[in-house]
Design a binder for this molecule. Structure first.
Ligand code: GRF
Length: 196
């Protein structure tokens, strides 16, 4: 049986677009968005199954409950690999056990440097000369998984958060789909995996 990918998004969806455009075609069958975003609209326009699992705000947000709902969607679609592409909700630990080694993420810094939501801003503030993006096998501690690949990018003196982010993304668009393809190829199917 062909393995199945879900992509999790929150933002502009440029990585999702690159994943969808990649040849050979990646088996992306589901897109989950945690908020209204361009990425979800783009996926819908391409005829993909999109689940808008918007996260409630403030004290109404129960991380475990949200994660379990998301996990249910993954099970229903028989997902083998979860690809986070600009997904901004920190998920509960429970999913990293259930989908052990089956969640990938891309982050705009040379991890372990500059973890968290403001990596590009923090890179500039620290006066770094070089940066890059990191593809990791995600684990429950944010941006602390096993690194699979990194791109490299020179920081320019006149860079703003936006210009640097844009250049980083251009390389992510080449790197991330390529890593996903290779990672998926070596991933055991669920049946075998559960029997391990
Ligand atoms: C990228 O910079 C990625 O490194 C980070 O979130 C951003 C997603 O951008 N995790 P996009 O929505 O794919 O354009």
């Amino acid at each position: 049986m062909q393995k199945r990918i879900a992509v999790l998004v929150s933002g502009s969806g440029s990585n999702l677009e690159a994943l969808l455009a990649y040849k050979p075609k990646l088996p992306i069958v589901l897109v989950i968005a945690d908020r209204p975003c361009k990425a979800a609209d783009l996926a819908e326009a391409k005829g993909l199954q999109v689940e808008r699992l918007y996260r409630p705000h403030g004290r109404f947000f129960d991380r475990r409950h949200y994660t379990l709902r998301l996990q249910r969607l993954l099970f229903a679609a028989e997902i083998d690999l979860v690809v986070m592409a600009g997904f901004m909700t920190m998920l509960h630990a429970v999913i990293f056990t259930q989908f052990n080694r089956r969640i990938l993420n891309v982050h705009p810094s040379l991890l372990p440097k500059f973890k968290g939501a403001h990596a590009v801003r923090d890179t500039l503030a620290a006066g770094e000369k070089w940066t890059g993006s990191t593809v990791q096998i995600a684990k429950k501690e944010t941006d602390a998984g096993v690194t699979l690949a990194q791109s490299r990018e020179q920081v320019r003196a006149d860079d703003t958060e936006q210009t640097l982010q844009e250049r980083l993304k251009k390389k992510e668009h080449l790197l991330y789909p390529w890593v996903v393809e290779r990672y998926l190829a070596q991933l055991p199917e669920w049946g075998n995996y559960l029997g391990e």
